[in-house]
Design a protein around this ligand. Structure first.
Ligand SMILES: [Ca+2]
Ligand SMILES: [Ca+2]
Ligand SMILES: [Ca+2]
Length: 372
């Protein structure tokens, strides 16, 4: 579960990054009223919840016409925006459905916990490292100077980064779940070609050897009280020996030992481990031409680019690997050079006694920019 004690209501006290759109601007944060975030969000996503001007009744100075709705909060870091409704008295009600950020940044977890656009700011880091970050305008980067990560700043498009970060959610299950610690075997074709309306993988019509039902599969990448427990999660990819290749390599991938549900089973080396979990990671990638994305590990892995399935390593199996060539998938997915796309990565660790996870990619930057 998320740490409730560290939460701040984004809808009530929204942290908004402000910056002038010039090459030297620093993305600083400040506290503002909910309207600031909503107004900016409205301008970018008019079709999300309907603009205030689309509703009935007079619009007052705050843009509040009774019955209308608008987005609130923000989509940066671990935060997610919600919706506000204009009450009959012409005032905006509380923000509903938003995922708030933490009051303080947690160091070393590769997440923007306080949703100010900067990851692990003021935390210890390797001198000279540079990673992408969210930004108000242009593309952002953070630099490690004096041993500490700095703020998110607008950087030139050709900036070279030494770390790229994939962020999302890790969900912990127990062996008693019908899809975990039961069947064995690689099984392609478990998920449909396109993500569903909520941006999640959807089970194909069965029967399936390693998944019991559409209902059980829906729980893999959704928070379900009593079934799973979740927390925000991020992994760093660093340059490997191969020029231009960023790598994350965990031969023993057990990131939630002693955390969340904390059920333990013995691994291949006799150590108690927390098995049975899923990893959901998303990022905004730029297709420039020639990029590849390789995964090696177990168990299930599905990768979607622009909402379309481009890698299928489904099933319960020992380490398998696959490589996506973005040039090869470009005609099918409709990729155009120079444009941004969402890359969504869904993994499941379903069976003892091993868990491994390795990504190698030539994607030069993946921004953790929230949903499209
Ligand atoms: Ca932060
Ligand atoms: Ca952090
Ligand atoms: Ca578990």
């Amino acid at each position: 579960m998320r740490s409730a004690g560290a939460r701040r209501l984004c809808g009530m006290t929204v942290l908004v990054a402000v910056a002038a759109c010039d090459a030297t601007a620093s993305l600083r944060s400040r506290t503002s009223s909910p309207g600031d975030a909503a107004d900016r969000f409205d301008a970018e996503h008019r079709d999300v919840a309907g603009g205030p001007e689309s509703g009935p009744g007079p619009v007052d100075a705050s843009g509040c016409a009774p019955g209308t709705t608008r987005p609130c909060g923000n989509d940066w870091g671990i935060c997610r925006a919600g919706v506000q409704t204009c009450a009959p008295d012409g005032t905006w009600a509380d923000c509903v459905g938003a995922v708030p950020g933490a009051a303080d940044e947690t160091c070393g977890n590769w997440l923007d916990d306080d949703c100010d656009g900067a990851t692990d700011e003021d935390c210890a880091c390797m001198e000279g490292d540079r990673m992408p970050c969210e930004r108000e305008c242009g593309r952002g980067g953070q630099s490690c100077t004096g041993g500490r990560w700095g703020p998110c700043e607008v950087v030139p498009d050709d900036t070279v980064f030494s770390v790229i970060v994939l962020t999302g959610t890790i969900r912990d299950f127990n062996a008693s779940h019908p899809d975990f610690q039961d069947a064995l075997g690689a099984e392609r074709g478990l998920v449909r070609e396109m993500l569903d309306a909520e941006g999640k993988p959807e089970l194909t019509p069965g029967p399936h050897r390693t998944v019991s039902s559409p209902e059980s599969f829906r729980q893999w990448y959704r928070d379900v009280p009593g079934v799973n427990a979740s927390m925000p999660f991020g992994i760093p990819l660093r340059p490997s020996e191969s020029p231009g290749v960023f790598t994350f390599d965990a031969p023993d991938y057990f990131p939630i030992d002693g955390m969340l549900l904390a059920e333990t089973h013995i691994d291949h080396a006799g150590r108690p481990r927390n098995f049975h979990f899923t990893t959901e990671l998303r990022g905004r990638m730029q297709y420039r031409g020639g990029e590849t994305f390789r995964f090696r590990g177990d168990d299930d892995v599905w990768v979607f680019v622009g909402g379309r399935l481009v890698m299928d390593l489904g099933g319960v199996h020992g380490p398998l690997e696959a490589t996506v060539s973005f040039d090869d998938i470009a005609p099918t997915v409709g990729l155009e050079r120079g444009r941004d796309y969402e890359i969504a990565f869904f993994h499941a660790e379903r069976h003892t006694r091993q868990s491994s996870f390795r990504i190698d990619t030539t994607l030069g930057r993946v921004d953790a920019c929230g949903p499209f």
